[in-house]
Design a protein around this ligand. Sequence first.
Ligand code: ZN
Length: 104
Amino acid sequence: MANNLCECCDKNPSVAVASVAGMPMSIAWCRDCLEAGVSPYWALVANAISIDGMDHAADWFIAEVEHSLKYFKKTWAQFNEEVARGIKEMDEDLERMALMDKSE
Ligand SMILES: [Zn+2]
């Protein structure tokens, strides 16, 4: 990272590189985020989109989101809205790809 900022909160200087819970990736973390044991907000949104919404979420993931939303001072309403928007965008991309297939 050029700016050495925590990739979780994007605010504090990072002190370590560690993995993100439930995701096959490592990012730079600051001490606060590591100690809080949260997941990056963007990773939670991406994860929720990949399982087609929180209706399909496992209990541990729901708890993880709840815990992290509190840390980032975000609400479930904000989170669900971003997830819904992401799923809609993904559906539109898939439709576009399906249309391209047919035109060949
Ligand atoms: Zn942080």
